[in-house]
Design a protein around this ligand. Structure first.
Ligand SMILES: NC(=O)c1ccc[n+]([C@@H]2O[C@H](COP(=O)([O-])OP(=O)(O)OC[C@H]3O[C@@H](n4cnc5c(N)ncnc54)[C@H](O)[C@@H]3O)[C@@H](O)[C@H]2O)c1
Length: 272
């Protein structure tokens, strides 16, 4: 199996370390808009090669690849993912918040269907996506996501400034947003991935409810997913440990990508 990782930050490097040990993988490429970072990174892995971060370079390698992993940014999703799916290649997307854009999401979903390349979106930093997916085969009444994060995650947020909230002065856990997932994504673009994943699986961006809580005494990112429907009720709680190199990213997100790649490589899917 041959892969390309786009983005060698917290998630990309964690993935690279694991992929390097997988028997199913004979070679993988790494690219990053910070080419120096990618060139440095490949030195740490036996099976890794650097490629330049240009469309020509990615296009030239695409035909030899089994899977492209995007672990970069929403901008990278809108730039590369339609292009990769247009070639009928499989792609795994981490910056799933990009799919809050209706036009991009529909374009990518339709390309996957027409051209045969698979579009994988791992569960990321949240648990309960498996149950939500199963539950959505019948009627779901409500989907609510409550995310609690420390002040660092909300620092310099223009929306909070506009409503007079300074997260650095909070003395207790405070609800700073309550509303639709679509609006949450507009006001809190840095907290978009989990809301987008949950919305796509369940009731969509307008009907999925999101509550954001700032906890001045915590640096952890926690998510409580509550789903009610014909099947009964799911309450899934996740207490995430952040990456030291990027506190905005939960370690579980990288592990979810590793888990997905192992399933893809092994061709056995349990608990989907
Ligand atoms: N699905 C989830 O639940 C979840 C959870 C955490 C993070 N994420 C997302 O995954 C992505 C990666 O997270 P991370 O913590 O590794 O980020 P990071 O900032 O540590 O690393 C991102 C890397 O990608 C590179 N990059 C950015 N745009 C690029 C582009 N257009 N082309 C090539 N390289 C580019 C950057 O230079 C950087 O090296 C982010 O978009 C983040 O929002 C998703």
């Amino acid at each position: 199996m041959r892969l390309l990782i786009i983005g060698c930050g917290a998630i990309g490097q964690t993935l690279a370390k694991e992929i390097d040990t997988m028997d199913e993988v004979d070679l993988f490429y790494i690219t990053d808009k910070n080419e120096e970072r990618a060139q440095q990174a490949v030195k740490s892995y036996r099976k890794a090669k650097f490629i330049t971060n240009t469309d020509e370079s990615i296009r030239a390698h695409l035909k030899h690849l089994d899977l492209v992993v995007e672990a970069a940014s929403q901008e990278a999703v809108s730039h590369y993912v339609p292009f990769i799916l247009g070639f009928g290649k499989d792609v795994l997307v981490m910056s799933v918040g990009a799919f809050a854009n209706d036009e991009l999401r529909e374009k990518c979903f339709s390309l996957a269907k027409k051209k045969g390349g698979r579009l994988y979106v791992p569960s990321g930093a949240v648990c309960g996506t498996d149950g939500l997916h199963s539950a959505s085969a019948d009627k779901i009444d409500t989907v609510e996501l409550v995310s609690t994060k420390g002040p660092k995650s909300f620092k310099d947020n223009p929306y909070l400034k506009s409503i007079g909230i300074d997260v650095d002065t909070l003395k207790e856990k405070t609800t700073i947003y309550e509303g639709s997932a679509r609006e949450a994504i507009v006001h809190f673009p840095k907290n978009v991935n989990v809301s987008a994943t949950i919305s796509m699986l369940g009731l969509g961006l307008d009907k999925t409810k999101v509550k954001l809580i700032c906890d001045p005494f915590s640096d952890c990112n926690s998510h409580r997913l509550v789903v009610k429907g014909v099947f009964g009720e799911i309450v899934a709680e996740t207490e995430n440990v952040p990456f030291p190199s990027n506190p905005a990213t939960s370690y579980l997100a990288a592990l979810s990508a590793i888990g997905a790649i192992k399933r893809i490589a092994g061709n056995v899917w349990i608990g989907i």
